[in-house]
Design a protein around this ligand. Structure first.
Ligand code: 1CP
Length: 358
């Protein structure tokens, strides 16, 4: 393949990273494309469930470097993926800022809903100290990873993290977050600014510990109208990218403004992210237009992975036909769901690599 050849030439000159994921994030094309899956560690894996019971709470699990590192490595070992993603959660940042954060089995995250009067109490200075176990996990994962596998660090983007802090749980109609943003924009901007700073510091420390690429999850970006999307998704993301890149200009950042629709293009142009993670609602024609400008990642519907079989094969082949020339990273359009049979994941990886039994 021409691309592969030209990449090899570039690599000879030392300009292209050796790891397949990092090559693509630097704008190169790799055939077959690198593959990893959002939420690749977690409840659908029996080996995860076995370790989960060793920690009392989910946050204890995230803050136990030995367990968290082992969980990070489990899917890489089982499926030989091109990347590991740090096992942690986006809600460790509100926790580190001093909020109470819990996870209730079968219900999800539970936080004390933040009030404007609580803003002064957020403790941004201690964030990296309180998150020190996460950096230990990263160092430990790097020691355990195969040489060809990249390690992705991550954080939630400010808007999405703010919704959990304000709603106190997974948002439904996001009315509390929207009315805070609309009725008290000054205080909402303060909250976003605290999150921008904490998140930038946290991501920078992840790089220092050994993260080789970063992903910013803005899972609820799609519930905002255009002006609010610009102000609370694009602007804070641009600010985080600028801060992180000031110290580490070469570490690629993948943005995931889930549900952004047409606004993916503006997000790509204005935030400075190196690559886009596309949700399943992004039509392939838009995905191709975006790919002309920067590497894209995605976007198989996680339910197709649950279904498996012909539906999955067709789904993967359709995406590869449209985007496979690259620069492209194969992934889901959102996280793996707990009902997913692990054998379907193994089959998916075989299909992407072109080695599936007929
Ligand atoms: O064991 C359990 O029951 C806990 C389930 C679980 C897991 C496995 C939670 C609670 N978080 C995680 C890990 C996690 N969360 C990772 C690990 C790395 C990997 O991908 O393998 C990552 C990247 C996240 C990120 C995350 N957490 C996001 C962004 C991605 C997304 O799915 O949109 C969000 C929104 C969260 C909040 C959260 N934490 C946990 C749950 C169940 C949720 C989502 C709740 C909701 O839908 O609102």
């Amino acid at each position: 393949m021409d691309n592969a050849k030209s990449n090899a030439n570039i690599e000879d000159r030392g300009a292209m990273p050796a790891k397949r994921l990092l090559r693509v994030l630097a704008g190169g094309s790799v055939a077959p494309p690198p593959v990893w899956l959002m939420r690749q560690a977690g409840r659908y894996l029996p080996e995860y469930r076995a370790l989960r019971s060793k920690a009392k709470t989910f946050l204890d699990l995230c803050f136990s470097p030995d367990l968290a590192a082992e969980i990070t490595l489990q899917p890489v070992r089982r499926f030989d993926l091109d990347a590991a993603i740090l096992f942690s959660d986006i809600l460790v940042v509100p926790y580190a800022l001093g909020r109470r954060v819990g996870f209730v089995e079968g219900e999800g995250p539970k936080l004390d809903p933040i009030q404007p009067t609580d803003l002064g109490k957020l403790n941004g200075d201690g964030v990296c100290t309180r998150l020190a176990p996460v950096f230990e996990t990263i160092r430990s994962v790097r020691r355990g990873l195969p040489a060809s596998t990249a390690l992705i660090g991550f954080a939630g983007a400010p808007w999405t993290v703010a919704t959990y802090m304000i709603e106190g749980r997974s948002g439904n109609d996001f009315s509390a977050s929207k009315s805070f943003a609309l009725a008290d924009a000054k205080n909402f901007a303060k909250l976003i600014e605290v999150l921008v700073e904490a998140t930038s510091d946290y991501l920078t420390a992840q790089i220092d510990a050994g993260a080789e690429a970063l992903q910013l999850f803005d899972s609820w970006a799609g519930v905002l109208g255009e002006p609010e999307f610009r102000r609370w998704v694009i602007e804070p993301t641009r600010s985080i990218v600028a801060r992180v890149k000031k110290k580490n200009p070469d570490v690629p950042i993948i943005g995931f403004p889930r549900g952004a629709g047409m606004l993916y293009a503006d997000y790509a142009r204005e935030t400075g992210v190196n690559a886009l993670s596309l949700d399943p609602g992004v039509p392939l024609v838009l995905a191709r237009a975006l790919q002309a400008r920067l590497p894209v990642q995605g976007n198989l519907d996680p339910q197709i992975l649950v279904a498996g079989g012909d539906a999955m094969r067709r789904g993967v082949e359709t995406i590869l036909a449209a985007l496979g020339e690259g620069p492209f990273v194969f992934n889901l359009g959102h996280g793996i769901v707990p009902e997913t049979p692990p054998e379907h994941v193994a089959e998916l990886v075989r299909i992407v690599r072109g080695a599936a039994a007929a």
